[in-house]
Write a new protein. Structure first.
Length: 493
């Protein structure tokens, strides 16, 4: 051992030295114990022995864990928060005396490590460094791995994106567990309790992410109030991300610590995969709470204005930048007394006429400019190519209804086109005028998406009475023929 000690002093990365003998069976179990410990719980990624401090990646990971565990955002862990953290990582809480002993050690060694009898971030980092210095680095590794970190001190792919099978024709939504969790996160960071998140509060929420997950388009995709994100807009944004990119939603929930804080195997627990759309169409109604509407039309017909009106934005809001136009807008709509999320997706008609377009949606909104009836031709072409032979309900919308109607070009007028193809009559929309006119269009779209078999309701009534009339006539003719045949048979006898 005397020969080994100078080597250990010269090379601090050597963690343990064990004197053993296979012949005499000396320290064999200790040898394997320390070898296993060096592999499963290595010191090198956590601690710099020369600087005698935590490595930056370790300190960063532990800082994120501290912020997730600090449920009241007072920059310190109370006894209750410490016990919740202890139970989550190690399965049992600390005894009251053990808690006091821990805080006493921190007080003696770190100035400001304990504040108002609560453990601060400096104290939390010191405790983990103390564990490592005393050879108990498996304690720190248990904490890190419980919060999803791997050997490289990065969140593992299996933690961030757990397996979730989404069959073709199905969609993804947050379930009530997911909504409860993200709402608790909102309430945690709403420090002034005004029901909305300021830019500073939103930055605090994003502090556990490697980068801000929601970009500058956020105010033009969901409802905001004077630059602040309301709870309604916040939940809409989560719903949009879950529907469009469930993988990204799983990552976001992972960064927020959903599996650990909710004591679940993975954040897939917060996601519902809906049934196949084909089954919804067969049953005549959908169980989905999130509906997709594609707004299709030529350039300049008012699609962007339509999306912004859905968010309640007027012409003079100044939130719409030509170079950063949003593609999506999401809001809630009442459908037969139930609240549904409706996503409007702005699509150029030209893109749907290109090879291999994606026209799938729950309802299609084909928009033309009422002051330029020639713009309807593109809507007609898109309808005939993608929706005429399918089961997707379609509503034709006449935008800029406040302007004088233009002269109708040769060919079918929009109203006549709708009548021939058994579509609802064109709906008028104008961004200038009563808000109720716009709201009625959005409610109609959501209702058509939720009940696709009622999309032609205006024509079903006529068809029904026509069928009744024809049936009655047929019955009368059959009755007359039957009586005549009966009389003929009686006379023949």
């Amino acid at each position: 051992m005397e020969a080994v000690l100078p080597i250990m002093s010269q090379f601090p990365e050597i963690e343990t030295c064990v004197e053993c003998s296979a012949k005499n069976l000396r320290n064999i179990s200790e040898l394997f114990y320390y070898a296993q410990k060096a592999v499963l719980h290595p010191t090198a990624p956590l601690y710099d022995p020369e600087a005698k401090q935590l490595r930056p990646a370790c300190a960063q990971a532990l800082t994120r864990i501290f912020r997730l565990s600090d449920r009241d955002l007072d920059q310190a862990l109370s006894d209750e928060e410490l016990n919740t953290f202890q139970k989550s990582c190690f399965g049992h809480p600390l005894a009251p005396q053990a808690l006091e002993d821990v805080k006493m050690v921190v007080r003696k060694n770190v100035a400001g490590g304990v504040r108002d009898n609560r453990l601060t971030l400096d104290g939390f980092l010191f405790l983990n460094m103390l564990f490592i210095q005393r050879g108990r680095h498996e304690t720190t590794w248990t904490i890190l791995r419980r919060f999803g970190y791997g050997d490289t001190l990065e969140l593992t792919p299996d933690y961030l994106v757990p397996p979730l099978h989404v069959p073709p024709g199905c969609s993804t939504e947050l379930n009530h567990f997911g909504y409860q969790f993200v709402q608790r996160v909102f309430e945690k960071h709403d420090r002034d309790r005004d029901g909305s998140l300021s830019p500073a509060e939103l930055e605090s929420l994003f502090s556990v992410f490697p980068a801000a997950p929601w970009g500058p388009r956020l105010p033009r995709e969901v409802c905001t109030e004077a630059g602040r994100l309301s709870l309604h807009g916040y939940l809409c944004q989560w719903t949009l991300v879950t529907y469009l990119d469930v993988r990204r939603c799983l990552e976001h929930l992972g960064y927020l610590g959903y599996p650990t804080l909710c004591e679940q195997d993975s954040q897939a627990h917060a996601i519902t995969v809906t049934r196949e759309k084909r089954l919804d169409q067969e049953k005549g109604q959908t169980q989905r709470n999130v509906l997709l509407c594609k707004v299709v039309g030529a350039r300049g017909v008012g699609k962007s204005a339509f999306l912004q009106a859905f968010l309640g934005c007027g012409l003079g809001d100044g939130r719409e930048l030509a170079e950063e136009r949003p593609i999506y807008a999401i809001n809630t709509v009442q459908v037969n007394g139930q609240e549904k999320y409706l996503i409007l997706c702005e699509v150029s008609a030209d893109s749907l006429l290109a090879p291999a377009p994606d026209a799938a949606c729950d309802v299609a909104c084909l928009m033309f400019d009422s002051s330029d009836p020639g713009s309807f031709a593109l809507c007609a072409r898109v309808y005939k190519r993608h929706y005429m032979d399918g089961q997707t309900p379609c509503l034709i919308v006449s935008s800029k209804a406040d302007l004088p109607a233009g002269s109708t070009p040769p060919g079918l007028a929009p109203a006549e086109f709708c009548r021939r193809h058994r579509l609802p009559a064109p709906a008028a929309f104008s961004r200038v005028g009563p808000a109720g006119l716009s709201a009625a269009v959005f409610t109609r779209l959501a209702t058509m998406a939720a009940f696709p078999h009622l999309a032609h309701g205006e024509l079903h009534a006529t068809s029904f009475w026509l069928r009744v009339t024809l049936g009655a006539v047929g019955f009368a003719v059959t009755a007359v023929l039957s009586i005549s045949l009966y009389r003929a048979l009686v006379k023949s006898r």
